[in-house]
Design a protein around this ligand. Structure first.
Ligand code: NDP
Ligand code: 2IT
Length: 446
């Protein structure tokens, strides 16, 4: 969709010129700016205060060297990033991604999305993101610890419970958070629980944080279904990925009466028409850290080549990585009768695919709304840390479900108010933007 408003177009051109060779960041900015024309028309104060220029410019970006020693005694080198994008609503908050593809443009796209996502949760958290091109795959625990300790040796100067609060993302789960928090504690000589989220339950973590992103995505989808007089009961669902988000999305779909018939990893996709056996999947992925092919040795069939989006379904939940659902995948989903797509991952749907889905009337939930349950539960973890309390699973899950319902309703109402009924992309972008923009205006030119 072209950006027609002249102010927004000028900002967009400036962002492209100032940030060359960052295609994912450009894509994330464009998607938000495309939604904002009715906002600048109605609220000239945001133009006067240069809010849109400022929101596209990170407050601070840190890039650092991460040397570490592998099990063979060789010195290895990676690059670390932390982009502190916007702190109008609270301390920077967002995950760390360890994946060989991680670069500044990817971390910036994620940090930019995080501003609006965190705003949508209604909680006091700003937006940030970080990571490294380190690949935890195939590394021993000792190597992962060596890397995490070196990474935190630099990062610790930039974070803190009132400053910036990292968590997990691709390649960063409970093991990595443990090593990172341990090194932070050692360097700072403080047991500052609220400086990192996604912690283990015996050392300051929150129940439901592990499940929260996947569960939250399914709760959001449940609200979309409910708004259209439907439910998960009897629905066929495809979930891409088989990591933290995918596993707990599958779990919640099954609890709500749907059947997940396919999931994937970067080596291929797995079809199990009887429904993915979650105990087996958890054993393979979480305990043994193996590929989905190891699951297929017991059940279902592995398909290498082709696309998971060819598997017929009513509901698709892309939950692996950015741009994993291309135009051809969207066309296949539509041709096979899929009517709901909700993004468990960040920006998994390409702009071309989004056009195909919306053109066919598919109900579509963008990641900044649908996957906000993870960071929202991180904020609940921070609340528990601040009050030195820990809540039950049931209480925390009720809070998560309510937050996802509120986000759904806020996106739907905002889309109505701004002339785009049923468009969750517009609703999420505008309502996420407004809360941050109002805070930025109030805080002055900083
Ligand atoms: P995990 O590392 O637990 O799992 C990632 C999954 O995606 C794996 O199955 C992985 O396959 C697959 N994947 C990753 N990169 C690629 C790639 N380049 N091509 C194909 N497959 C890939 O990460 P999460 O489940 O935590 O994250 C998944 C997505 O959800 C990401 O987009 C993340 O930003 C987003 N997200 C995560 C949140 C969280 O709380 N963890 C919160 C909100 C969003 P393989 O193992 O083969 O690499
Ligand atoms: O993309 C995301 O929202 C996350 N990876 C979770 C961030 C967090 O701080 O819990």
């Amino acid at each position: 969709m072209p950006i027609t408003d002249s102010h927004l177009r000028a900002v967009h051109e400036e962002v492209l010129a100032r940030n060359p060779a960052e295609p994912e960041f450009h894509q994330a900015v464009q998607e938000v700016l495309e939604s904002l024309a009715p906002v600048v028309a109605r609220h000239p104060q945001y133009v006067d205060a240069a809010i849109i220029q400022r929101i596209c410019e990170p407050e601070r970006q840190v890039i650092f060297r991460v040397p570490w020693v592998d099990d063979a005694g060789r010195v290895r080198l990676n690059r670390g990033f932390r982009v502190q994008f916007n702190s109008a609503l609270g301390p920077y908050k967002g995950g760390l991604r360890f994946h060989p593809s991680a670069n500044l443009g990817i971390v910036k796209f994620l940090g930019f999305e995080q501003i609006f996502k965190n705003s949508l949760t209604g909680m006091p958290i700003g937006g940030g993101k970080g990571g490294s091109d380190f690949d935890p795959k195939g590394k021993s625990d000792r190597e992962v610890m060596s890397f995490c300790q070196s990474f935190m040796t630099e990062l610790h100067r930039h974070i803190g419970e009132e400053v910036d609060v990292p968590a997990g993302d691709i390649g960063v789960g409970g093991r990595e958070i443990g090593y990172l928090f341990g090194q932070y504690k050692r360097l700072s000589n403080r047991y500052e629980s609220g400086a990192i989220t996604g912690k283990g339950l015996t050392w300051g973590g929150s129940l439901v944080r592990t499940e929260a992103t996947g569960y939250g995505t399914v709760y959001f989808t449940g609200e979309m279904l409910r708004a259209r007089g439907e439910s998960f009961d009897g629905k066929r669902v495809v979930v891409s990925g088989s990591g933290n988000v995918a596993i707990y999305a599958i779990e919640k779909v099954h609890q709500l009466g749907g059947t997940v018939v396919a999931c994937s990893d970067s080596s291929g996709y797995l079809v199990d028409e009887d429904g993915i056996d979650l105990e087996l999947l958890k054993e393979v992925k979480e305990v043994r850290r193996e590929r989905v092919s190891a699951y297929a040795e017991h059940r279902g069939r592995l398909v290498t080549g082709g696309s998971i989006w060819d598997v017929p379904c009513d509901i698709a939940l892309p939950s692996a990585t950015q741009n994993e659902l291309p135009e051809a995948g969207a066309a296949a989903l539509v041709a096979n009768g899929c009517r709901y797509v909700a993004e468990g991952a960040n920006m998994p749907t390409t702009p071309e695919a989004l056009r195909v889905l919306t053109g066919a009337g598919v109900a579509f939930a963008p990641g900044k709304a649908a996957n906000a349950g993870g960071v929202a539960t991180s904020a609940l973890e921070m609340q528990q840390n601040a009050s030195r309390d820990s809540w039950t699973f049931e209480h925390t899950e009720i809070r998560l479900a309510q937050i996802m319902k509120d986000i759904h309703d806020r996106c739907a109402t905002t889309a109505d108010e701004y002339g785009a009924p049923g468009d969750y992309v517009v609703g999420a972008n505008i309502s996420g933007f407004l809360r941050v923009a109002d805070a930025m205006v109030a805080l002055g030119v900083i």
